[in-house]
Ligand binder design. Sequence first.
Ligand code: G
Ligand code: G
Ligand code: MN
Ligand code: NA
Length: 253
Amino acid sequence: EELRSALRTAVEDRRVRLAFQPIVELTTGRLSGLEALARWRHEGRDVPPDVFIPLAERAGLMGALTADLLEEACTRLAGWSAGRDDLLTVHVNVAPSQLVAPGFVTTVADLVRRHGLRPGALVLEITESGIFADLDAARAAVVELRRLGVGVSLDDFGVGYSSLAQLNAMPLDSVKIDRSFLAAVDSDPRQARFLHAVLRLAEEIGLPVVAEGVERPAQLHLLRALGCLHAQGYLLGRPVEVDAVPPLLDGIA
Ligand code: G
Ligand code: G
Ligand code: MN
Ligand code: NA
């Protein structure tokens, strides 16, 4: 319909852009990374990614959109990393369809080389809900990406359909626990115990955790007490536009 053709034009004109949300190291309170989040303003309003990402998928625009956003993320990352020797990472969300698309890994390898990135500075976030549609292809892509040194993080961990055995078979280097696991930890002891169990599971299989959706100090205190190393959420920092990122970086030099 109308929104679809507007999105097509926006992708062609590179008007879908990125916002960046801080990921914080809990032991020090310092910035450790930034998650890139796609933003589209259409007729004066922000269209949520939950709307335009599926629309792009149905319209056959995901390949072009992903290429464009990865290019922007790598350009920004290279600029922000110049002259610094810290370990800033930029996380980019990659739809399952793109992870397994022909040539995807080659495209990523080319980006890393062209922008002169430390490969581990780029982290791709893949979602549990989609990768298991074609598990073998997804695993093969993840193996190749990790061989390049690029990071792969499993997003929305815990709410998808995967078995733990399948997860264990993927050479991931971190998981992001879905914010639903954090929602009630400060009011419901059972939820707090559940979070504890999920964190212990991740630790047992050697997967560092990024906790998502930290909105209240009590959630932050619990995560620290349970030994979670990284977190993200409105309390720690909202998504900001590109121009607001450099001041955030001063905190980590
Ligand atoms: O930012 P938030 O409302 O900004 O994002 C909502 C959802 O959209 C999240 O699940 C997020 O992972 C997804 N999303 C945001 N940006 C992108 C993107 O560039 N590519 C893909 N595939 N998903 C994205
Ligand atoms: O699925 P993904 O993790 O990529 O989702 C990122 C989404 O989560 C974005 O829409 C982002 O704006 C949103 N988000 C980030 N921090 C918080 C938070 O503390 N609370 C809520 N409700 N959403 C958050
Ligand atoms: Mn994400
Ligand atoms: Na998530």
